[in-house]
Design a protein around this ligand. Structure first.
Ligand SMILES: NC(=O)c1ccc[n+]([C@@H]2O[C@H](COP(=O)([O-])OP(=O)(O)OC[C@H]3O[C@@H](n4cnc5c(N)ncnc54)[C@H](OP(=O)(O)O)[C@@H]3O)[C@@H](O)[C@H]2O)c1
Length: 211
């Protein structure tokens, strides 16, 4: 199966490596394509450098938008047509960073990036919020954990996107656990109760019930 990864920075590059290790074929793009080109070369045969963001979607079964929240809407608008029949996986937290390195929340408290991104997507695209709960380092070190796999939580309202994100989470070396619909996605974000947690399936399911 083939996944497009648009955005090959801190989290996109780690997601790409883990998916490729699990057997996924990748189509990569980034802002100026330098980082995507470097990543494609690192990964080797399993990764193709796309000409641009729209080209990344050619023949892809799903797309991961590994982008900072501030650029997400612009990229979604740019690729809206080919997105209409695709599962769209978004790890973005609603935070921005200024030139001085100060981090600030970009949405009012109580509004999740999942709810906002769902409103930006074209009809027919199915959204799953996932792959953004762990820092890139923790994501890399927790994948393919043995004997008990670590969990990656996800949220979706869409059955097709849910099946596809579960497949991608397993391919990346984790056990998928659904938190609920997109309305629950704030639990996955920075400040959410499930953010940065490395837990096994039993503990994950008890946390979901108790949340
Ligand atoms: N880093 C983490 O540990 C981590 C963990 C969990 C969740 N997240 C979330 O994931 C999101 C991305 O974070 P990050 O740390 O990966 O950010 P990052 O390192 O800044 O990477 C962002 C990527 O987006 C690309 N990009 C920017 N504008 C683009 C455009 N118009 N078209 C295509 N690609 C574009 C950049 O391209 P270039 O490389 O060409 O500049 C870069 O590859 C954030 O919302 C963050 O909250 C990050």
């Amino acid at each position: 199966m083939t996944t497009a990864i648009i955005g090959t920075g801190g989290i996109g590059s780690v997601i790409a490596h883990q998916l490729a290790s699990g057997g996924e074929t990748l189509r990569l793009s980034s802002a100026d394509n330098d980082s995507a080109r470097r990543l494609a070369a690192e990964i080797g045969r399993a990764a193709v450098l796309a000409a641009d963001n729209r080209d990344a979607l050619q023949g892809a079964d799903a797309v991961v938008l590994a982008l900072r929240f501030a650029v997400l809407k612009g990229v979604i608008d740019e690729i809206a047509d080919p997105l209409t029949d695709k599962p769209v996986v978004v790890p973005s937290n609603p935070f921005g960073i200024d030139a001085q390195g100060n981090i600030s929340r970009l949405l009012p408290k109580g509004q999740s990036s999942g709810e906002v991104v769902a409103g930006w997507l074209p009809t027919g695209a199915g959204l799953a919020m996932a792959f953004g709960t762990l820092s890139a380092d923790l994501f890399e070190s927790s994948s393919n954990r043995s004997p008990e796999p670590a969990v990656l939580f996800y949220a979706t309202d869409d059955d097709h996107a849910g099946k596809e994100v579960e497949r991608l989470i397993r391919t990346a070396g984790f056990e998928p656990v659904k938190v609920g619909g997109i309305a629950q996605s704030s639990r996955l974000e920075v400040d959410g109760d499930l953010h940065d947690l490395v837990v096994g399936p039993a503990e994950a399911r008890s946390l979901i019930g108790g949340g």
